[in-house]
Design a protein around this ligand. Structure first.
Ligand SMILES: Cc1ncc(COP(=O)(O)O)c(C=O)c1O
Length: 379
């Protein structure tokens, strides 16, 4: 089977995991501090907090801004369910925004529509999500943040390693210059992996301190007596272990290599899709680095039923494509929300095809050929 995403673990990674397993500290040890320092250096943010998943990263972000019951939060209706779930658990007032019908990402105009249509006044936070890894319209989002004075949280779980442009200058995703908080996931299929794992970056000292407290029971240790500590506010255990961090440090060394490999695959797909003699919309490689976490192609399906057949056809040919993501209003948990036109179009046409470090040229060609054959048979 060719999955749509997969990790790349080398002997170097395994060696680091073994070494740390033999050390005295399996958690809250030096590897955690080293990984956080490396994340800070890589993203160029002032602060980086590691945690045990991308979901925990989002949870820490929402706790750090003190998201309270009834607080207004706007998020895309096409998103991994973590953001919605956490805000539901925190009893926030959630508004779902529509997305671009081709790219599936929420745009500043989508956010503005929600604000205007609902006459929203005091907005606590907006969550954006860099679907697939490409980051666009940062300046417009940042202007909205300044205008409406909300916290801007970017769910960058797909975009570790991506860059963006702000006023003709390049920035690393996670540098926290144009967002308050950026969250990352190091789940196996992401740009780099720690097994399970995540992180939040920020330039805001007080948000950073709050996240540090929340991620480890709210404990404040005495500097002089190791047996004494205070709990000033409640917290949880969101810690990432030294074993996970050792893997993360090792993976991070290879991030540029990983990014180059993904770009190569994207370029190949682009070149092949250009040859198709029927309509297909595919993403293009540009000089703004994308992590290429996903390669999303828009096909002209007559119905969702035909899209199902497409997934089945690929599976029969040992290719596992995927869709990111089912609109939240389609789930039982989101049924009070209305369908949105951009999400509906995206849902009907978009498919994530395999892209990962280690996907061989022969496999890439097989993916393209199988897709071509499906539509040719149909015609
Ligand atoms: C956009 C997005 N947000 C959040 C998450 C949650 O990350 P994790 O699986 O590490 O909890 C994911 C993971 O798939 C994701 O893709």
């Amino acid at each position: 089977m060719i999955p749509y995403g997969k990790q790349k673990i080398g002997k170097d990674d395994v060696k680091e995991i073994i070494n740390v397993s033999r050390s005295t500290m399996l958690t809250t040890g030096p590897k955690v501090l080293e990984f956080e320092k490396k994340l800070k250096n890589y993203t160029k943010a002032k602060f980086a907090v590691s945690c045990n998943s991308g979901t925990s990263a989002l949870h820490l972000a929402f706790l750090s801004i003190n998201l309270q019951p009834g607080d207004i939060i706007i998020m895309p209706a096409i998103n991994f369910i973590a953001t919605f779930n956490i805000c539901k658990l925190l009893n926030a007032k959630i508004y779902l925004a529509d997305v671009d019908p081709i790219k599936g990402v929420v745009t500043p105009k989508n956010i503005l529509d929600v604000i205007k249509n609902n006459k929203l006044k005091k907005i606590k936070a907006i969550v954006t999500m860099h679907l697939g890894g490409k980051v666009e319209q940062t300046e417009e989002f940042f202007n909205l943040k300044k205008r409406f004075k909300f916290f801007l949280i970017e769910d960058s779980c797909h975009a570790f390693g991506s860059k963006y442009i702000y006023r003709d200058k390049y920035f690393n995703v996670g540098c926290a210059k144009h967002a308050d908080l950026s969250t990352f996931s190091f789940h196996p299929i992401k740009s780099i992996t720690t097994g399970e794992g995540g992180a939040v970056t920020t330039n805001n000292k007080s948000l950073h301190e709050r996240m540090r407290l929340f991620k480890s029971h709210g404990i404040i240790r005495s500097k002089s007596k190791h047996w004494e500590y205070d709990i000033a506010s409640p917290g949880l255990n969101f810690r990432l272990s030294d074993i996970n961090c050792a893997l993360g440090i090792s993976q991070l060394k290879k991030i540029n290599l990983f990014m180059r490999e993904r770009v190569k695959i994207a370029k190949f797909y682009e070149q092949e899709f250009r040859k198709f003699d029927f309509k297909v919309i595919f993403p293009k490689v540009s000089k703004i680095q994308s992590s290429w976490h996903l390669y999303v192609v828009n096909f002209t399906f007559k119905s969702l039923g035909e899209k199902d057949k497409f997934f089945k056809y690929l599976k029969k040919n040992k290719i596992i494509a995927q869709f990111h993501y089912i609109p939240i209003y389609n789930f039982s948990i989101g049924k009070k929300y209305k369908k949105l036109p951009g999400c509906e179009k995206y849902f009907k046409s978009a498919v994530s095809i395999p892209i990962y470090v280690g996907l061989k040229k022969t496999q890439q060609l097989k993916v393209v050929k199988t897709i071509y054959n499906f539509f040719k048979k149909k015609n």
